[in-house]
Write a protein that binds this ligand. Structure first.
Ligand SMILES: [Zn+2]
Length: 224
């Protein structure tokens, strides 16, 4: 029969082994309990193109609001003119309106005058509806060559593309969209999504999954 003190030391050894196992477990190695200075840098920039749309933008805004998330809406001037109340709601809920041209033109194919017309008309509407004048330009189709960059900089715009493109506009299914966004989501990344230009029910559904998942990983969502 063993002495009690020997039993105690065995129990202690077992506890020590458990403590070591917890310390090197995959959850910790993956940074699930990262210190605050690291979690503070976990920001993802969600962006929504081609709206505002009366059918889909309110649904997107509802999901963002539920998670206290801020985003950037690259709006079309034509949509803005048709739906000014939506633009006001976007701004009232803390998001940023940014420029996606007036009529979704390929800016690599237009001259300086047409370029200014498309971009400045849209920016004037943004200013009027929001008081914001961030001068962020996302060229339709991501078509940003030297010509586009030169004309944009002459007018004082910063060209903003993206890091993560889940191709939501192709409607691959909400699960595929969410999986692609989550696979690319890292601190500082810009995510491209769409709240206009067609049926965006899959995007809205994917957004719920993305925000819930990244919330749990201590990410925050800010405007550009
Ligand atoms: Zn677009």
């Amino acid at each position: 029969m063993e002495k009690p003190d020997r039993k105690d030391s065995r129990a202690f050894l077992l506890l020590a082994l458990v403590a070591v196992a917890v310390a090197v477990s995959p959850a910790n190695a993956a940074g699930e309990s990262a210190p605050p200075e690291l979690t503070a840098a976990r920001t993802v920039y969600l962006t929504f193109d081609d709206g505002p749309s009366p059918r889909w933008t309110p649904a997107v805004l509802d999901v963002l609001k539920r998670h206290g998330a801020r985003a950037t809406f690259f709006v079309l001037g034509s949509q803005l003119r048709a739906h000014p109340a939506l633009a006001r709601r976007i701004v009232a809920e803390g998001h940023v309106l940014a420029n996606h041209t007036y009529s979704h033109v390929d800016l690599t194919r237009v001259d300086a005058e047409h370029f200014a017309d498309e971009v400045e008309q849209t920016q004037a509407l943004i200013r009027k509806l929001s008081g914001q004048d961030e001068r962020l330009l996302r060229p339709p189709y991501g078509a940003a060559n030297a010509h586009v960059r030169l004309l944009a900089s002459r007018l004082g715009y910063r060209v903003v593309l993206w890091d993560v493109d889940p191709q939501d506009w192709r409607r691959p299914g909400a699960a595929a969209i969410a999986r692609r966004v989550l696979a690319g989501a890292r601190p500082g990344k810009v995510v491209l999504l769409h709240d206009g230009g067609g049926d965006r029910s899959q995007t809205v559904a994917a957004l719920r999954t993305v925000l819930a998942t990244l919330d749990a990983r201590a990410y925050s969502f800010r405007s550009l």
